[in-house]
Design a protein around this ligand. Structure first.
Ligand code: GTP
Ligand code: MG
Length: 414
């Protein structure tokens, strides 16, 4: 196993929801997921990162001393570095320096399963690499310019850059095609009118474990960050023959690199597209309240915060002071407390979803043309038909979830 150290800045920055210690602990978890053993953490109190070197000279010297005395193969940074910062730290430490985005990209690259996820990661990696190459290139071209010729390094880097750009375009085209196909499949899926829920939340909260419990899906769940990258959807039968489709999604994290948000935008479309959200929280984690804030911020960015949301406080089996926690979570409503792993309190789950969707149950009247008996049949199947009259059109009065009703009648306008 590779050994490393972590470095962060204690900036009391409002944009960071976690304390420096918690943030560095999270970085350690990310490192563990990437098979790197962290042997020491360094932090420096500073309002902003030093422009050229991220941390100050004194701290750099302290770390150089540590590195000289300990076998270290990499240095992990708790923020994103500019290409210049990364270069000067690598020179100072004489070892590999990886920033937050670099590390998360590495984990994603190891975990990507589907062809689409692999392409998305490669694209993000290329975008990450390009500005770093450009800098190198400018540096060498200046040297070359000095003697009035094109340096060999410049030529090679130009070629590299061009090849990378060609590859970027190639991947983009492939991804566009995959995404188009998915939209097509999704609009076909729409023909089966089902209410859709997305399981969302901070990474390692237990989303996949819950998905597996509820739907007998065989999604990989493990004590590593970002176990899930690709969304998986399964049907869940509720009481009274109601059905919903649940989708397990990629986890959120604080300081989520924009590069990755972009890369996984299509995956996150599952969140935007859902009718309701199940927000899973590892309530046994000391920072769970900060994690809720981070996740809610991302849900907001995805324009999904108006959807009905059920807060699911998971890992209840690990909670040592249930009364105190109950008070802490009281403002997050509606909520349920469960243990997905131990299968406890899951019996209340169906009722909780039913309650979440109850306000959408309405008695509505529709006028359906005679040639669309398929729609009438769907109303019979998914709702409670109060009355039906055969006039100019079929006048049907039905008590049904209005989200579902909308999906059913949408086919009239296609
Ligand atoms: N003690 C306890 N552990 C749980 C519970 N639910 C899940 N876990 C564990 O938490 C870890 C993470 O679970 P996952 O289901 O992979 O979490 P996730 O939210 O899907 O994580 P990502 O896909 O990485 O975002 C696993 O080791 C699970 O066994 C629970 O109720 N109690
Ligand atoms: Mg998962």
């Amino acid at each position: 196993m590779i050994q490393g150290i972590v470095i962060g800045i204690d900036s009391h920055n409002v944009s960071s929801v976690l304390s420096i210690q918690d943030s560095l602990n999270e970085l350690k978890d990310l490192a563990r997921t990437s098979n790197i053993k962290i042997i020491k953490s360094f932090s420096q109190k500073q309002k902003h990162p030093v422009p050229g070197t991220y941390i100050g000279k004194g701290k750099i010297d302290e770390i150089i001393l540590f590195i000289q005395e300990n076998p270290i193969q990499c240095v992990l940074i708790d923020d994103d570095l500019t290409p210049a910062q990364s270069k000067s730290l690598e020179t100072a430490f004489n070892t590999k320096v990886i920033d937050r985005t670099g590390l998360i990209l590495d984990i994603f690259a190891q975990r990507a399963q589907t062809y689409e996820a692999k392409l998305q990661i490669e694209l993000a990696q290329l975008h990450y690499l390009l500005p770093r190459l450009t800098r190198l290139w400018t540096h060498l071209s200046r040297l070359g310019g000095g003697i009035g010729t094109r340096g060999p390094g410049e030529t090679q880097l130009e070629v590299d850059k061009r090849q990378l750009s060609t590859r970027v375009n190639h991947i983009k085209k492939k991804l566009e095609k995959i995404q188009k196909d998915r939209h097509l499949r999704r609009s076909k899926r729409h023909q089966t009118p089902l209410i859709k829920g997305a399981i969302v939340g901070y990474t390692n909260a237990g989303k996949s474990t819950l998905m597996n419990r509820l739907t007998k899906a065989a999604v990989l769940a493990e004590d590593k960050l970002f176990a899930t990258l690709d969304p998986t959807s399964r049907k869940l039968k509720l009481k009274q023959s109601d059905q919903v489709i649940l989708t397990d999604t990629v986890g959120f994290i604080q300081k989520l690199p924009t590069l990755l948000v972009k890369a996984f935008y299509s995956t996150l479309e599952e969140v935007t597209d859902a009718d309701f959200l199940l927000h899973v929280i590892d309530v046994s984690h000391p920072c769970f309240e900060e994690f809720i804030l981070t996740s809610n911020q991302i849900i907001n960015d995805l324009k999904a915060s108006d959807k009905p949301i059920l807060y699911i406080f998971n890992k209840w089996d690990q909670v040592s002071a249930p009364n105190r926690i109950k008070k802490q979570i009281a403002s997050f409503q509606p909520n349920i407390c469960i243990s997905a792993k131990c299968d406890t309190h899951l019996e209340g789950f169906e009722d909780a979803i039913a309650d979440l969707l109850a306000p959408f149950k309405k008695t509505l009247t529709f006028f359906i043309p005679y040639k669309r008996m398929d729609i009438i049949n769907l109303f019979h199947q998914f709702g409670h038909v109060e009355s039906i009259d055969y006039n100019e059109d079929v006048t049907i009065k039905v008590t049904i979830n209005e989200i579902l009703a909308e999906k059913i009648v949408a086919s009239l306008y296609k």
